[in-house]
Design a protein around this ligand. Structure first.
Ligand code: LMR
Length: 393
């Protein structure tokens, strides 16, 4: 049965973590997988999560099943976090999923059932899992131009030109904020223009928001997608608690559907539940129980927001320190774009072979597409990483 299977391709991100762990060099730096590290190089359990964990342990009475949709209070809390302040809350439904990749797959499967001939347009480049997940759901994938390798910013003109070709059988996948891998986000004007194209040409927007709070803050990071939700008939959203609640291994996310009516949104949810039943039945509870505990408690919500904001500020200061080091110690402003990028990631503009050189010669692990995770840096790594960047460039 398995003899004809080819040797599997390694995942371009997850395989790096294994290679990094096995690297004996003491100077190695892990800038691969998108995980936040503090100045000590640790990924701590967030303060609000620790407190919520104590509450859950002290109050939880049973480990019996929750339900196909997971925890409904969690689902409602996630809808409020992402779509708070919009006028669409009465035609929205949500299900808890195993992480945002689980949400991507659930919504991919939903699209396949609702409109089998759909093509999903993704940015070039995009999160490495977007294409495989959409294709695994049986959908066609097309690319829209997004990033200018020259300016290291979004090329809005090219992007809009490509998206103008998307029509009724198309879904356009956008990054809500903190674009993965480039770090280059679209501005509010682009959100408005894409919304206008969706209205005019009939494509369905699909927003993946996995880093809310890491860019400009919780509300600012959702501004574009909230505008879009307020102005389109239908929309799909995936969201994650991996990064902003630091719940990576707990696989905590949600799939949100905006329908033309309450009935449509509920029918879509019903379909998502049968899809979940035939896949994993129901999502794991622990992470959602913690997030629900935080978001339903004002005091804990404040503790969480404070720490998230500290993390966001630290990312800005790491970006600045890396640029300062490159400018002051190496006399180059070639990498100033790093400071303009948002969230965890930046694409350096390096080729696969330059990224290999960083890894092989310096023990600096970034993704083959040129992505480095700024949130994986510690302050003490900056001179070493800056020097390696210069040597390799
Ligand atoms: C990343 O892009 O590094 C993260 O989203 C981890 C993942 O699931 O790939």
């Amino acid at each position: 049965m398995f003899t004809h299977l080819p040797t599997p391709q390694l995942d371009p991100i997850l395989s790096l973590s294994v290679a990094y762990k096995n690297d004996p060099r003491s100077e190695k730096v892990d800038l691969g997988i998108g995980v936040y590290k503090n100045s000590a190089g640790e990924t701590p359990i967030m303060r609000a999560i620790s407190q919520a964990q104590d509450i859950v342990v002290a109050t939880q009475q049973t480990k019996s099943y929750v339900g196909l949709a997971g925890c409904e209070e969690f689902n409602q809390s996630m809808v409020n976090l992402v779509l708070g302040g919009t006028s669409v809350l009465d035609r929205v439904s949500a299900v808890q999923t195993p992480g945002a990749s689980g949400a991507l797959r659930m919504l991919g499967d939903l699209i396949k059932v609702a409109q089998p001939n759909t093509t999903v347009w993704i940015s070039n480049p995009s999160y490495v899992n977007h294409k495989p997940v959409m294709e695994a759901a049986g959908l066609k994938v097309n690319y829209y131009r997004y990033f200018s390798p020259q300016t290291k910013q979004v090329d809005k003109g090219m992007m809009l030109e490509d998206l103008a070709k998307a029509g009724q059988n198309d879904v356009v996948l956008l990054h809500g904020c903190c674009h993965n891998p480039t770090g280059a986000d679209i501005d509010f004007d682009a959100w408005q223009q894409i919304t206008a194209l969706a209205q005019k040409n009939g494509f369905t927007p699909f927003v993946d928001v996995a880093y809310q709070g890491f860019g400009d803050g919780l509300d600012a990071d959702a501004k574009g997608l909230r505008y879009m939700a307020d102005n389109v008939d239908e929309m799909l959203i995936t969201t994650s608690c991996s990064k902003n609640f630091g719940l990576y291994r707990e696989r905590t996310g949600a799939a949100i559907v905006l329908g033309q009516s309450t009935v449509d949104a509920n029918n879509a949810k019903g379909k998502l539940l049968t899809l979940a039943r035939s896949t994993y039945t129901m999502p794991p509870d622990h992470g959602a129980a913690l997030v629900k505990t935080i978001l339903q408690n004002q005091e804990l919500t404040e503790v969480w927001k404070q720490e998230l904001s500290e993390m966001q500020q630290r990312l800005l200061s790491l970006r600045k320190s890396l640029c300062d080091e490159l400018r002051n110690a190496h006399n180059t402003s070639q990498f100033d774009f790093i400071e303009s990028h948002k969230g965890m990631f930046t694409v350096l503009g390096f080729s696969q072979s330059q990224m290999s050189q960083l890894r092989e010669e310096y023990g600096i692990y970034g993704v083959g597409d040129g992505r480095i995770n700024i949130a994986g840096l510690t302050e003490k790594d900056i001179p070493y990483v800056a020097e390696a960047i210069i040597k390799v460039s």
